[in-house]
Write a protein that binds this ligand. Sequence first.
Ligand code: PRP
Length: 181
Amino acid sequence: MNSDISAVLFDERELKKRICELGTELSKAYFDKNPVLICILKGSVVFLSDLMRHITVPIEIDFIRISSYDASTKSSGVITLKMDVKTNIENRHVVIVEDIIDTGLSIVFLREHLSSFKPESIVVCALLDKPEAHLVDIDIEFKGFEIGNEFVVGYGLDFDEKYRNLPFIGILKKEVYIEPQ
Ligand code: PRP
């Protein structure tokens, strides 16, 4: 697996430091709000699992599964809801926990979908953001790192379901996903 990676973008130490900071920020912002952290499956599961252990105030968690990518590195642009939240989030404070924001279309879909349950508030906490790839204007209230347009894998992020279990975030070699001409 590691031989498919051209460079490590964030190693385990850098990820832990930034996620600890995000946990502190969220703990301050939500100390009396008992927020529901909604993990966007599958990619965000590793991020949620580390982030929640750096939050020192009461929280609840739930999961939602959407999909915008098939076995490709480009968003299809069509978001499909594959599994919905189970928690009643009416009048609750919601934190959407995302591993990566690319086009931003998933966040637009999620904010609209979750708003239909009438929560008190919705914010986004994203580990990675690719501003150059945005196709829509979006607000990201809590952000780990901004990155360029490289295709990254590891720490939950996949290509064709592989590499999610890498403990770091790395850039995938182009030859892994680009067919030779
Ligand atoms: C990825 C990622 C985000 C979304 C971001 O999920 O986890 O949810 O794409 O892309 P966007 O900003 O262009 O909408 P994916 O559909 O690959 O599913 P996965 O989390 O199961 O890998």
